[in-house]
Design a protein around this ligand. Structure first.
Ligand SMILES: [Zn+2]
Length: 310
């Protein structure tokens, strides 16, 4: 699914194709699985028509990653889909990992980094699709023991493969993420602090930038965490202050996600969809003085530089 890095073009750095809950679907068959390959491809085709060439699909283990289905979508659309590896938890590890590894009930080696490296070097599952970026998360509970193990494994896989790192964060947690990754020997220029754009706290955002990371302004359309007006205003200010070379864009949207009721989401968050950035956000940025050069930096140059580490 991943094309040559030079061909990424305009790239949204934090999206998802499918978010699935396989154990729910296995056990309560009256819950229909509405994942629709053609519909997902059509949504991506519409994105291509708006000038976006690539999405980075940050669906990792913990979010229902199933790459064979994404491959089917990729075969039907011209949008390039970049795959990720890593593990998504805000707290404990899934028991498979939680009961193994250092400090666990049964001890033994920690296999997280081994699996992440395999996804990058050999491919995911039996698909042959190689992951191009590592993902880890913390949220309100902060750097729990489970999260810390994921971060340490992600750092190890990064140091071994060169694949960049992106995070799910919640203010002020990005700073703690940077501290741990730096302690593990990661050069923070290889790290995107994701969901930084949920914050309007410029002192916090500039502290993250001073640490060397890029910032994910990557939840456009999720008004619950931050309004359109506030997201745009913060982005414009960061551009005015000379940071466009360190910002990447996205919606954190899903073509299909069984964790939400699609009709309720459409009603409550009408802009939480893939076309919001090209149709609404970019025109508003231009209106407020963000230059074409800065937009190209955020959409094309920065993703290429970040993903070009491989
Ligand atoms: Zn996400």
């Amino acid at each position: 699914m991943r094309g040559p890095v030079a061909d990424l073009g305009a790239t949204l750095m934090h999206e998802h194709v499918f978010g699935l809950s396989p154990e729910i679907l296995w056990n309560w068959p009256d819950i229909p699985e509405r994942r629709d390959i053609r519909q997902a491809a059509a949504k991506l085709d519409a994105l291509k028509a708006e000038g976006i060439d690539t999405i980075v699909d940050l669906t990792v283990v913990g979010l229902g990653r199933y790459v064979p289905a994404v491959q089917e979508v990729a075969a039907l659309t011209e949008v390039n889909i970049v795959a990720a590896t890593g593990l998504y938890t805000y707290d404990a590890l899934p028991p498979y990992f939680g009961n193994r590894g250092p400090g666990s009930l049964f001890g033994g080696p920690d296999r997280l980094a081994e699996f992440f490296v395999r996804d990058i070097a050999e491919g995911i599952g039996r698909t042959g699709v190689k992951a191009a970026i590592l993902k880890c998360a913390t949220d309100k509970p902060g750097m729990t023991r489970g999260c810390e193990r994921v971060f340490r494994a992600v750092a190890e896989a990064h140091l071994e493969t060169g694949a960049p790192i992106t995070t799910h964060s919640s203010e002020p947690g990005g700073l703690e993420q940077q501290r741990l990754l730096a302690e593990c020997g990661v050069d923070l220029t290889n790290v995107v602090i994701g969901h930084a754009g949920d914050s309007t706290n410029l002192a916090y955002l500039e502290e993250l930038l001073a640490g060397g990371s890029s910032l994910g302004m990557d939840r456009f359309g999720i008004d619950t965490f931050c309004s359109f007006e506030d997201r745009v205003a913060t982005l414009v200010t960061l551009c005015e202050r000379g940071h466009a070379g360190r910002l990447v864009l996205g919606h954190d949207s899903y073509c299909f996600n069984d964790r939400f009721d699609a009709d309720v989401v459409r009603r409550r968050h009408p802009d939480y969809q893939l076309l919001h950035i090209p149709r609404d956000v970019l025109p508003e940025l231009r209106k407020r003085g963000v230059t074409e050069e800065q937009i190209t930096q955020m959409l094309v140059d920065n993703p290429r530089r970040i993903l070009g580490g491989l």
